[in-house]
Write a protein that binds this ligand. Sequence first.
Ligand code: ASP
Length: 350
Amino acid sequence: MFINVNYPSVLLIYTGGTIGMIENPETGALENFNFDQLQRQVPELKRFNYRIASYAFNPPIDSSDMEPAFWAKIVKIISYNYDYFDGFVILHGTDTMAYTASALSFMLENLAKPVILTGSQLPIGTLRTDGKENLITAIEIAAAKHADGTPVVPEVCIFFENELMRGNRTTKINAENFNAFRSFNYPALAKVGIHIRYNEQQIRQPDTTRPMKPHYLFDTNVVVLTLFPGIQESIVHSVLHVQGLKAVVLKTFGSGNAPQKEWLIRQLKEARDRGIVVVNITQCQSGAVEMGRYETGLQLLQAGVISGYDSTPECAVTKLMFLLGHGLTQQEIRERMNSNLAGEITKHYD
Ligand code: ASP
């Protein structure tokens, strides 16, 4: 491959989703684009003095069909091309983008280059599309370097509507507005207006002495169990006894609290004794679990439930599947769930 080192270089990976759809002017139907069409729709791309190459999933997928095998495919593409590009932009449907961003943050260990996911709420071919802006800015961020040549944002991020967010901190919060993502528990890594203002102190610094190490394995024997007033013993029992179940993300109330039912605590203890890892995250969008704070949380701690701190549900699920995929023991998984692997949790709530 010929590499011109003078130009910033970005690899665009198109997985699917609304951003890559173009309205057929004759039929009005939404169709997937190819890269040539994209360049026609976004002529502004030519104004970048960048080398931009692309890889498109064939067929492109709606992000509701995203799954670990596709994450592995993305990681393989990044890994094969890692030395040849300054950064990577992944065009992805918005529905599961936060899951993909979380998963990639664990799969790309020691990442030292930008991997920026973006998408749009309106197809790139429509008049009021948010896709052009998102795409152009994501490319600019993926190529941004400090004066010494090091990348400005060597992380997996989501860029959407004026904000650059750490990927494993994001949640899709709106099915309609352009402003569709939030990072409730971690500040934006950049705000974009007339200027792109990076929040340098919040950006993770890679250990450049270690090479990027791609990971591919997941074990999906995980369930998310949301508590609610009136939840039934028989239902919790059934969920915790699903064959093959290895881990549970327990979505609790407030700062990590659960009903004070003897049967609930007993079932959680028994699950722990059967080797199942139960992680406590809050149903609140913002804030963290502190199980020592109320009696209703403390009892969970005593039942062997571990804290998910301020993790998003998307992050807790993907992190568990990732750790389980690596054949770790229950104890090792418990320890790693309580460790910050890729900036995904804040532990000052201990
Ligand atoms: N259903 C689409 C997807 O997630 C929505 C979007 O792209 O925003 O693939």
